[in-house]
Ligand binder design. Structure first.
Ligand SMILES: [Cu+2]
Length: 164
């Protein structure tokens, strides 16, 4: 499961809380799942430039935080790989970005500088009409290693029963 932190309490808690009880910053949780942007995969350091987890399932209306744990990465939705009516996003390099997923379906995204090295991921958003953009999303062509990684992600999604 992704790690979740309570960013609201971080802000609301202010510096006094941070000074006296820094552990509290990580102790509370919310339901905001996190996708980390990393230079190396935590379990397989040979894998460079990865989103972890690269496939995440949420419910419609939930937000996801793409966290710039390592520098030099971003998260940007792929044209043709998000549902109709959904908003595209493009994070700044090295910055966190929080995205709310209102429309059910499959959202493919990439790291702009590392897409050809296979730094890609997907958010599967559960809800009515989730499968509506499946064919369109799977039909998008990819370059370099992105092609193979997206294939693996679709296989993972299939194995999790998300595609039927
Ligand atoms: Cu990257």
């Amino acid at each position: 499961m992704p790690v979740a932190i309570n960013r609201r309490s971080f802000i609301a808690g202010g510096s006094a809380t941070a000074l006296f009880a820094p552990h509290l910053l990580r102790a509370e949780t919310t339901d905001i799942p996190i996708v980390e942007m990393l230079n190396r995969h935590p379990e397989n350091p040979k894998l460079r430039s990865v989103f972890t987890p690269r496939l995440l399932t949420v419910d419609a209306g939930q937000s996801v935080l793409f966290q710039a744990t390592d520098n030099g990465h971003n998260s940007a939705s792929v044209k043709g790989m998000i549902p109709k009516g959904a908003e595209a996003w493009k994070g700044k390099i090295g910055k966190d970005i929080e995205v709310t997923f209102s429309v059910p379906g499959f959202y493919g995204y990439v790291c702009t500088p590392h897409v050809s090295q296979g730094m890609v991921g997907m958010i599967a958003v559960r809800g009515d009409g989730m499968l509506d953009n499946l064919n369109a999303a799977q039909s998008v062509k990819h370059r370099g290693k992105a092609k193979g990684i997206f294939s693996e992600i679709w296989e993972e999604a299939e194995a999790k029963g998300l595609l039927s």
